[in-house]
Design a protein around this ligand. Structure first.
Ligand code: SF4
Length: 290
């Protein structure tokens, strides 16, 4: 086994499960450069996308369907204790974590689906903010990982305002530049225009991070015209007065929903990131191998 193997395994281990927890988990995240404490608001695995590369295992029915906020609070308090003290790195799953990644970076609202679609989303954000304040977790941002389809909903807007006041940041998915490719990869009936409008709106109110997964789908890497269209979509957000703090470009790293969804190799991903950098002038980071 190579010396880097345990580190790669750590990055690939994105199980949204932790001990007996229902909602709160921990992962070592390359994109966060450290420990990320995740909050899964979709134990029912429901999503309004059906991405070809999705890593959520939907073959087995969910054991839990509701978000029990009392339990979520208990799990979050316990995990904060482990993360803060560093005790989390003594657990078998994390004991290979290299020194430079032994830092707690963020709280991440995520899910085995789209977190903003959860009925309890607003209440859960209130709870997370309250716990963050109680523990004085200044410097630990609250990331919202979202496909941006529902950011226009009044309840979600309320939650975004709360996040804005509490070191929140939107990490929004954008995997395509053209409508056809968007529907091919995300397999949703939600119009691409709605996602783009929501991204513009969100970025006009605060800087956002764009997360883009590019892959080899049915033997084909994204065509040059798709990447050009994608760059154009990013430019349109900026031209509309939006701020994009960072573009994260990555690829398939874990078992995807469809066997024909394969990763780009490192050189392909680096070259794609280079093109996006040149064509948009934005800060772009590539995460080869996921
Ligand atoms: S948006 Fe996320 S959870 Fe939903 S299908 Fe796509 S990858 Fe899976």
């Amino acid at each position: 086994m190579s010396a880097t193997r345990p580190i790669l395994d750590l990055f690939r281990d994105h199980r949204r499960s932790f001990e007996d927890n229902h909602y709160v988990y921990a992962v070592i995240s390359r994109r966060s450069r450290g420990l990320s404490v995740g909050i899964n608001l979709n134990p029912d695995k429901a999503c309004n996308f059906d991405c070809v590369y999705c890593q959520v295992d939907r073959r087995n029915p969910p054991q839990i369907r509701e978000v029990d906020l009392t339990r979520l609070r208990l799990e979050l308090e316990e995990m904060i204790g482990l993360a803060r003290s560093g005790a989390v790195f003594e657990l078998p799953r994390f004991r290979h974590t290299p020194v430079h990644l032994r830092r707690w970076n963020d709280l991440a609202i995520s899910g085995d689906g789209e977190p903003t679609a959860a009925r309890e989303f607003l209440e859960a954000v209130r709870l997370i903010v309250e716990v963050k304040r109680k523990h004085q977790l200044d410097g630990i941002p609250i990331l919202l990982l979202t496909n941006a389809t529902l950011l226009h909903r009044p309840q979600v807007q309320q939650a975004l305002s709360l996040l804005d006041e509490n070191e929140g940041e939107i990490w929004a998915k954008l995997d395509a530049g053209t409508t056809d490719y968007y529907h091919e990869i995300e397999r949703t009936s939600i119009p691409f225009e709605r996602v783009l409008d929501n991204l513009k709106q969100a970025a006009q109110h605060r800087p956002i991070v764009i997360q883009s997964l590019f892959l080899r789908w049915r033997g084909q890497a994204p065509e040059a015209r798709e990447i050009e269209a994608y760059c154009q979509r990013l430019r349109e957000i900026v031209e509309a007065g939006g701020q994009i703090r960072l573009v994260q470009v990555y690829t398939v790293a874990r078992t995807p929903a469809e066997a024909e969804a394969l990763p780009l190799n490192d050189a392909e991903l680096e070259s794609l990131a280079h093109i996006v950098r040149l064509r948009t002038g934005l800060l772009v980071e590539a995460y080869p191998g996921g």
